[in-house]
Design a protein around this ligand. Structure first.
Ligand SMILES: [Zn+2]
Length: 128
């Protein structure tokens, strides 16, 4: 009878607490962003709502195309309502620019109205 001394599950004392990585925007992955939004009830509500409007693909594409700081979402009128329900404040889209923050996690979002120069369509962006 051979007693195996190999302990297959010696995972106690995991070494190497990860030192806080410097957060370079370019290192943020789609996964990271999705997780960040999931951390906050209001923000995950918003994402769920956006997926209903733009589809999973719409959301994922937006996340993939992030510049590391903002996720740019295709504006549609329903977003205003969704923002109201998610964050409790309505965007005043009569202005050229308005912004708000999530009351829970303080994620900020901005709305830029379309203009004749460099912005043919309204722009909505939310922090990663
Ligand atoms: Zn939030």
């Amino acid at each position: 009878m051979s007693k195996s001394k190999q302990s297959k599950s010696s995972r106690h004392g995991q070494r190497g607490h990860k030192s806080p990585k410097s957060r370079l925007p370019t290192q943020i992955t789609v996964d990271d962003i999705v997780k960040r939004f999931a951390l906050c009830g209001r923000c995950s509500f918003f994402v769920a709502g956006y997926k209903l409007l733009a589809g999973d693909e719409g959301w994922e594409t937006a996340v993939q195309e992030t510049d590391g700081r903002w996720v740019h979402l295709a504006w549609q009128p329903e977003l205003r309502e969704l923002i109201g329900r998610s964050y409790g404040n309505r965007l005043d889209i009569d202005y050229y620019f308005c912004e708000g923050t999530c009351p829970e996690c303080r994620r900020s979002f901005q709305y830029h109205a379309a203009n004749d120069e460099d912005l043919p369509e309204p722009l909505f962006q939310i922090r990663v």
